[in-house]
Design a protein around this ligand. Structure first.
Ligand SMILES: NC(=O)c1ccc[n+]([C@@H]2O[C@H](COP(=O)([O-])OP(=O)(O)OC[C@H]3O[C@@H](n4cnc5c(N)ncnc54)[C@H](O)[C@@H]3O)[C@@H](O)[C@H]2O)c1
Length: 352
């Protein structure tokens, strides 16, 4: 078992990472929650795979779980699904002293986290992430949100969880394409903060090797995110380093109407911006090649054919960029990222 403590004043919490932790969830939760009622928010894929067992595990610890099951996928991060979750919480008579569990990928984590942040002005929430992306990223740091028709993650809140419980073995049932998606984000962590992790990832030559080491890989990524969140909870400074690859990545996602996975879009974004920043002299020579080799290594499509005028248009339409300045995240070299504040005209050189 590996534990990391996220230290944010008045909101400290543990991230526990252990193969096989799923079977011990009851006792892990008991360490921090003495009540009895739990609303478990999950999606139907996870409910079908683990619902009965999770119900038994929680009941054995004398908890009374009620499951709120939503449709899998991004289409559940809506105000309508949120309303459905609120209604179920009311039906189950959940009070402020009860607990919400988010059991699922980033969609469930964001939706349940936002419900927990807002229902009755705030209920404790434990995140039990089940996708690689959720285990290394979305379950940590307290960002919760739903999408509006006007855009992604537009309604949300910062709300730190009570605890994050990660069982890497649960990834064995995660479809391959989502493993790849999460790997895009793992590569991002290595690029921005951890050259050793980058080298290690390059040495992985089979799924078995990946899974034999996944606990450590998840730990390394969570450790990077924890440190960034501790230094900058509200995402106005160093935490922005996590956006490496995202300026172009988001534009690709919008251009493709979200038919390309987030991890692949971010990977393409990392590669493209590094190509330009290297040409402009901001990045050590050879860095672009290293990232390209890494993406090839994991068979992640770099979508270089998509970088065109339309992509640039989306970058400029991005609400975050309307103030006339863009915070571009660049690499000095692998393992060292920095924020480059660019005017829109300056930014064009990095996006071309
Ligand atoms: N809050 C944050 O800081 C943050 C950070 C990054 C991403 N996000 C959000 O995360 C979301 C994407 O998360 P995601 O990629 O996990 O998507 P997701 O939650 O839709 O999960 C992907 C798919 O995998 C299935 N799944 C998950 N775990 C499984 C398992 N162990 N076995 C079998 N199937 C499993 C789900 O049912 C779903 O079909 C986006 O909405 C994004 O905005 C949030």
């Amino acid at each position: 078992m590996k534990t990391l403590r996220v230290e944010i004043p008045d909101k400290n919490y543990d991230i526990v990472i252990e193969n096989g932790l799923f079977k011990k969830l009851g006792s892990e939760i008991r360490k921090i929650y003495k009540g009895s009622k739990i609303a478990v928010v999950t999606d139907s894929n996870l409910y079908d795979l683990y619902g009965t067992e999770l119900n038994d595990i929680l009941s054995e610890e004398n908890y009374i779980p009620d499951f709120i099951v939503v449709k899998p996928g991004e289409s559940s991060k809506t105000i309508e699904t949120l309303e459905h979750v609120y209604s179920k919480l009311a039906l189950f008579n959940i009070t402020r002293s009860d607990l919400i569990i988010a059991f699922g990928g980033g969609v469930v984590g964001d939706l349940a986290g936002f419900a927990a942040a807002t229902y009755l002005r705030g209920i404790s929430c434990i995140q039990i992430p089940t996708s690689l992306l959720a285990q290394i990223d979305s379950s940590i740091g307290g960002k919760t949100a739903i999408n509006l028709k006007e855009g992604k993650n537009l309604a949300g809140s910062f709300c730190q969880p009570l605890k994050v419980l990660i069982d890497p073995e649960i990834l064995l049932s995660l479809p391959e394409k989502y493993i790849k998606d999460g790997l895009g984000e793992v590569i991002k962590y290595a690029c921005i903060k951890d050259n050793n992790l980058f080298n290690f990832l390059m040495s992985i030559n089979s799924k078995d090797v990946l899974f034999n080491n996944i606990e450590q890989v998840i730990y390394d990524c969570c450790n990077i995110k924890k440190r960034l969140v501790e230094n900058d909870e509200k995402d106005t400074g160093e935490r922005m380093l996590l956006n490496f690859g995202h300026t172009i990545g988001h534009a690709i996602e919008k251009h493709m109407n979200y038919q390309v996975s987030h991890g692949e879009a971010v990977s393409a974004g990392m590669l493209h911006i590094t190509k330009n920043s290297e040409n402009l002299g901001y990045t050590e020579a050879g860095t672009y090649e290293k990232i390209k080799n890494m993406l090839n290594h994991f068979h992640i499509d770099d979508h270089s054919n998509l970088i065109n005028q339309d992509i640039k248009k989306y970058v400029y339409l991005d609400k975050k960029n309307l103030s006339g300045e863009i915070n571009l995240i660049l690499l000095k070299k692998i393992g060292y990222a920095f924020i480059h504040k660019a005017s829109l005209a300056d930014a064009e050189k990095f996006i071309n």
